[in-house]
Design a protein around this ligand. Structure first.
Ligand code: FAD
Ligand code: SF4
Ligand code: SF4
Length: 455
């Protein structure tokens, strides 16, 4: 049994920088089967403990070994309503795969790639999700159609609840649609998973800003329970001079305009004015998505990050892909002022070098500015990817309890308001798809217990 995983195929970097098509091509039948045979079928599988939604990993891999892909999909569907998404974007190396016993000596099993393979086969072959139960007469409203809301909706629909999702944007999927670029997560995949929820009877109302078109209070009166999964879509800025110049964006804005509004096409309603040299400030996954998207628009695209390569918070794989695509990494540098011309267009930045210090209490190395290093960096586009916080439009007029950081206070998933539950980034701050899904699942369970008095 090989200690080395079967490598998935990739689109060549010289080709992919000219298109938005998916970079990772996934396993074919033979590759998936070969990889599945590496799994030891552990009696006490550590991998399952690493999965926030506890997918029965050895069980679904066994089905692949037996060439029963429909069976594998049924196993995964018991725990996850978005397997084609998670197989692609879960940080597996920190979750299920980090716990796989095979990783102690060689490569862990490629659990994410196998999950993606099964989910893609389910889409191609129209395998259905678990059967719908008879309606139980209870109605639940879900605010926000990101992974938290979709998962909560799916789990409740499977238990016979009548579920309606309210979404402010024109398409359902949250960050999966407007944030994560097509080349990492094709929108047709998200649509397939959303459609499969609709086939369970979930109603999705788009273009409805809760807080304005309808209030939380009104939803509370109309429904037996409400789940709030409105995410953390409010971008942070640095607060430096010149940040309000033309051609300074947040990563969320640039990604939304590219993903949702095709803003890179000249006939788009709100076309992006493309620069020649763009700097994305930040070193996380969102920064990588933004910079790689800009590269695909033909722009010379740089990352500027105040710490070093070791400290980059983005997934290693994303950094590797970005480098292959020719992204320039300007590390240990920080902008202190944005410079503009008479029309308030960006002409460049004043930048200082940064010096790494000791590891602090938070486990990260401190950084300080080298005051003598101030220099000019020319550019005509700047994108801030410095993190986000929750936007609480949906909660307007309610007196729901929030933390000092503006996060919704919950006990498990119950908020301070009667029959109002919450989960995902709106509760934790910016996190991951699978953690949002885990919260959606927990909320569905608590809603069921509360409304039906049963588990
Ligand atoms: P969201 O996905 O943010 O969904 C919230 C939804 O609520 C949105 O659709 C929003 O429009 C809607 N909404 C907000 N206010 C209202 C209102 N008033 N009325 C109606 N609807 C409302 N995680 C990973 O695991 N892997 C990755 O590779 C990854 N990459 C990422 C890349 C980017 C660019 C970003 C921004 C995030 C990424 N994440 C990734 C993080 C992950 O996407 C989030 O943690 C996750 O989507 C949170 O899910 P959620 O359901 O809580 O919120
Ligand atoms: Fe791993 Fe994510 Fe799949 Fe769980 S959902 S098995 S953590 S890839
Ligand atoms: Fe298979 Fe690894 Fe899980 Fe063991 S820990 S069952 S080898 S995936």
């Amino acid at each position: 049994m090989s200690d080395t995983k079967v490598k998935g195929r990739l689109q060549e970097s010289s080709v992919r920088i000219h298109n938005f098509e998916e970079v990772e091509l996934g396993y074919n039948d033979e590759e998936a089967h070969e990889e599945s045979l590496r799994c030891l079928q552990c009696i006490n599988p550590r991998c399952v403990k690493g999965c926030p939604v506890n997918i029965a990993i050895p069980e679904f891999i066994k089905k692949i070994q037996e060439n029963d892909i429909k069976g594998a999909y049924e196993v995964i569907s018991r725990s996850s309503s978005l397997p084609a998404v998670c197989g692609r974007v879960c940080p597996q190396e920190k979750q299920c795969e980090s716990m796989c016993v095979k990783g102690l000596k060689g490569d862990a099993i490629s659990i994410g790639s196998l999950e993606r393979y099964v989910a893609d086969q389910a889409i191609i072959n129209h395998f259905n999700q678990a059967e719908q139960k008879e309606k139980n007469g209870k109605k639940v409203a879900i605010v926000g159609s990101g992974p938290a809301g979709l998962t909560c909706a799916g789990d409740l629909a499977k238990k016979g609840f009548e579920v309606t999702i309210y979404e402010v944007l024109q398409k359902a999927g949250g960050v999966l649609i407007y944030g994560i670029p097509e080349f990492r997560l094709p929108k047709r995949i998200v649509k397939e998973e959303v459609d499969s929820l609709k086939s369970l009877g979930v109603k999705i109302l788009t273009d409805v800003p809760v807080g304005n078109a309808i209030t939380l209070d009104e939803l509370q009166k109309e429904y037996d329970a409400v789940f709030v999964g409105t995410g953390a879509g409010l971008p942070k800025f640095m607060g430096i001079e010149g940040e309000n110049a033309n051609q300074v964006f947040s990563a969320n804005e640039i990604l939304t305009r590219i993903n949702l509004m095709s803003g890179y096409q000249e006939d788009a309603k709100t076309p992006i004015k493309k620069g020649k040299i763009a700097y994305v400030i930040g070193g996380g996954n969102v920064a990588m998505d933004a910079v790689r998207s800009l590269k695909r628009l033909g722009i010379e695209a740089h990352i500027m990050y105040r710490r070093g390569e070791e400290e980059l918070p983005a997934r290693k794989l994303e950094v590797e892909h970005a480098k292959e695509e020719g992204i320039v990494f300007d590390l240990l540098k920080n902008p202190v002022r944005i410079l503009t011309d008479e029309k308030n267009n960006v002409t460049g930045m004043e930048v200082v070098n940064m010096v790494l210090g000791e590891v602090g209490e938070d486990g990260r190395r401190s950084v300080s500015e080298d005051q003598d290093s101030l220099h000019f960096v020319p550019c005509d586009m700047i994108v801030m990817a410095l993190g986000t916080s929750p936007n609480h439009e949906a909660l307007k007029g309610s007196n729901i309890a929030l933390t000092d950081r503006g996060l919704i206070v919950v006990e498990e998933t119950k908020t301070s308001l009667d029959n109002v539950f919450a989960g995902g980034d709106a509760v934790t701050g910016a996190a991951t798809v699978i953690l949002a899904m885990e919260a959606g699942k927990k909320a569905a369970k608590q809603i069921q217990e509360q409304l039906l008095g049963e588990e």
